[in-house]
Design a protein around this ligand. Sequence first.
Ligand code: ADP
Ligand code: MG
Length: 244
Amino acid sequence: MALIEFKNVEKYFGDFHALKNINLEIEEGQVVVLLGPSGSGKSTLIRTINALEKINSGELIVDGRHVDNASNQDLAELRKHVGMVFQHFNLYPHKTVLENVTLAPTKVLKISKAEAEKTAEEYLQYVNMWDKKDSYPGMLSGGQKQRVAIARGLAMHPKLLLFDEPTSALDPETIGDVLEVMQNLAKQGMNMLVVTHEMGFARNVADRIIFMADGEILQDTTDVAGFFDNPTDERAKQFLGKII
Ligand code: ADP
Ligand code: MG
């Protein structure tokens, strides 16, 4: 069974048709990179997966759960298993790094504080942020905040991690550390769907590229090198700056 399945999914914002007949199956163990120009519906698509946006029609099944007609309880359950890393981190500013990482495990998964702190240490070590455990987000660089946000996602032991332009708001010198963490996660088999403009990352790490424009999937391929070297879709060519 696919981990994520979209069947004829449509999404509107008022009259605006944001997702057009999306059909997509993502299997476990795939690192999928979603590319496309600004405004093409990448964030909307990724946000439907944990029901931050509701679809208007079609079917959406994530980890065996029907997101399209889920109860609030089902959605709460789904969100325990699907982590999301945002462009702007969304850390709690008045909580320390350690508190940011232990909050959801203690509140949502109801595990003990001691257990949550053990898990937080493991993942903060993993992203090389344990030495900042007592700092507040305001004292950290963008790249450091994003690594804390990734540790916070991992502490929930998610089945799937969604990344929406995780490095777009970062200073160039801090991007590399974040991409390195993501690359390590990919190597370790984490299921990841990543929206990014980091083409080097996409080329090196993706098992599959999905290219969107104007709310449609125009190309969907596991020939990642081929996509970059010889894109078949005209919009993809333009996007990659390969107009001949
Ligand atoms: P991308 O992430 O590819 O840049 P988005 O998914 O954010 O694109 O947006 C796709 C289109 O949907 C854009 O034209 C955007 O203006 C529109 N859109 C996104 N969210 C909303 C919203 N909440 N209300 C109205 N329009 C929206
Ligand atoms: Mg976006």
